[in-house]
Design a protein around this ligand. Structure first.
Ligand code: ASP
Ligand code: MG
Length: 408
C-alpha cells in the first residue's frame, strides 16, 4: 500500500464536471488500495474573483481580512470534492489547512510554513478516508488564518508529501507536464520526461509559470521528487527531481519567455564608489525585485559618469521610478529612462556547466533572425537576453529551433 499525495490546480477543479472527474481519478487510485491525500486549489479563477471583490470595496484591504477571504476559495473546493467522492461511495473527509496541522508564520498573504503536525491527517487516513486538504492556507500559532502566496497550493502539496513521507507526489494541471517551451507559443515544443529542481526553478521564475517557485525550492531542500501531469488524460508527466549525471548530457532543457518585466536606465551616474550600493539598497528597501543589472564603462574624463540599467517586474515599475527620483537629490545622474516594451528570453539547462559555446549559439541565432539584444545576463545554467517586446515570441521560437530541432 502506497501513500500518494495528489494536488489538483484551479483548472482541474474549475466546475462541477471537473470536480467529478477528479473524484473518478482519485477513486481509481483508491480502489488499488493506496492511501490518498488530495490537495486542491480554489475553482479556476476563484481567487482572482475574490481579489476583485475586495478591491471594489477597499483599495487597501487589511491583509488579515484578505487571507480570511481568499482561504474560502479552497474551502469550497474541498467540501465539493468530498461530496463528489461520497457519491462514488468512497469514504472521504475534507480538512482546512489549520485542521490538517499546517502552522505558518504571521506574514499574512505570503506566509511561510513553519511546521506541519499531521496527527489528524494520519487519523483520518487510518480510518480509511481519502483526506482532502485545502491548499494555499495555514494558521498562525495563535490561530489566525494565513495564505501562502499565489500558487501556494503547490507548496501545500509538496510540504505535506515531505512531512507524510509520501511514496508519490503528483501535481495535476491542464497540460501534460513541463515542456521545452510554452506549447502555446512554440508548436513543436516537446514534453520533458524529467527535469532537475534547479532547471525547474529557473523556468518557473522565468515566466514559464508551471509551478510556484517557493514550492520547487521547498522540494529541492527536502528532496521531494514529484510529477507534473495532466488531470485530463492518463499520459505520464514530467518527473522533477535531484540532478543526475545523465541530465548534464543535454545542453538545454528549455527556452522561456518573460513578458512581465520593464527596464530602467539611469543615464550619467557619477562613476565613483558607493553609487550602485546606494541605488540598489534603496530599491531593496522599497521591496522592489530587481532581476538583471547592467553597468556600462564610464565616459567623460573630468567627471567620469556611467549608465546603469536594471529590469524589474512591470507592476513594480512605478514604485521603482519613485525610489529612483527620490535619489536624484543625493546622486546627480542626468536622466532616467524606463521602457515597458521589453521581453526576456532565456535558455536553461544544467548541461551548460559542461558544454561550451552555448552563449555564442544564442547570439548567432538571434543575429541570424535580425533580433537586437538589449541586455545579457548569464548564470551557470542559464543565458537570458532582453529584446524588444515585439520580438520576444520570435526569439523564443528561433532559439527553440536552434537548440531542440537541429540535429547537431
Ligand atoms: N488559489 C490560489 C491562487 O490562485 C492558490 C493556488 O491555486 O495554488 O493563487
Ligand atoms: Mg497553480
Amino acid at each position: 500500500m502506497a501513500l500518494i499525495v495528489q494536488k489538483y490546480g484551479g483548472s482541474s477543479v474549475k466546475d462541477t464536471e471537473r470536480i467529478k472527474n477528479v473524484a473518478k481519478r482519485v477513486a481509481a487510485y483508491r480502489q488499488k488500495g493506496d492511501q490518498i491525500v488530495v490537495v486542491v486549489s480554489a475553482m479556476g479563477g476563484g481567487t482572482d474573483n475574490l481579489i476583485r471583490l475586495a478591491s471594489e470595496i477597499n483599495k487597501q484591504p487589511s491583509e488579515r481580512e484578505m487571507d480570511m477571504l481568499l482561504a474560502t476559495g479552497e474551502q469550497a473546493t474541498i467540501a465539493l470534492l468530498a461530496m463528489a467522492l461520497h457519491s462514488l461511495d468512497l469514504e472521504a473527509v475534507s480538512l482546512t489547512g489549520a485542521q490538517a496541522g499546517i502552522i505558518t508564520d504571521e506574514v499574512h498573504t505570503k506566509a511561510k510554513i513553519k511546521n506541519i503536525s499531521p496527527r489528524e491527517v494520519h487519523a483520518m487516513l487510518d480510518a480509511e478516508n481519502v483526506v482532502i486538504v485545502a491548499g494555499f492556507q495555514g494558521m498562525t500559532p495563535d490561530g489566525r488564518i494565513t495564505t501562502l502566496g499565489r500558487g501556494g497550493s503547490d507548496l501545500t502539496a509538496i510540504a505535506l508529501a515531505s512531512t507524510l513521507e509520501a511514496d508519490l507526489c503528483q501535481i495535476y494541471t491542464d497540460v501534460d507536464g513541463v515542456f521545452t517551451a510554452d506549447p502555446n507559443l512554440v508548436s513543436d515544443a516537446r514534453k520533458l520526461n524529467e527535469i532537475s529542481y534547479d532547471e525547474m526553478l529557473e523556468l518557473s521564475s522565468l515566466g514559464a509559470r508551471v509551478m510556484q517557485s517557493r514550492s520547487v525550492e521547498f522540494a529541492k531542500k527536502f528532496n521531494v521528487t514529484f510529477e507534473v501531469r495532466s488531470s485530463l488524460n492518463n499520459n505520464p508527466g514530467t518527473i522533477v527531481k535531484e540532478e543526475t549525471d545523465s541530465m548534464e548530457g543535454v545542453v538545454a532543457r528549455g527556452v522561456s519567455l518573460d513578458e512581465n518585466q520593464a527596464k530602467v536606465t539611469l543615464v550619467g551616474v557619477p562613476d565613483k564608489p558607493g553609487m550602485a550600493a546606494r541605488i540598489f539598497s534603496a530599491l531593496a528597501k522599497g521591496a522592489i525585485n530587481v532581476d538583471m543589472i547592467v553597468q556600462n564603462i564610464s565616459h567623460g574624463s573630468a567627471t567620469p559618469a556611467t549608465d546603469m540599467s536594471f529590469t524589474t517586474d512591470k507592476p513594480d515599475l512605478l514604485k521603482a521610478l519613485k525610489v529612483i527620483e527620490g535619489l536624484n537629490r543625493e546622486i546627480e545622474f542626468t536622466e532616467v529612462i524606463s521602457d515597458e516594451g521589453i521581453a526576456k528570453v532565456s535558455v536553461v539547462g544544467v548541461g551548460m556547466r559542461t558544454h561550451s559555446g552555448i552563449a555564442a549559439k544564442v547570439f548567432e541565432t538571434l543575429a541570424a533572425g535580425g533580433i537586437n539584444i538589449e541586455m545579457i545576463s548569464t548564470s551557470e545554467i542559464k543565458i537570458s537576453v532582453v529584446v524588444e517586446s515585439e520580438k520576444g515570441e520570435a526569439a523564443t521560437q528561433q532559439l527553440h529551433d536552434a537548440f531542440f530541432l537541429s540535429k547537431s
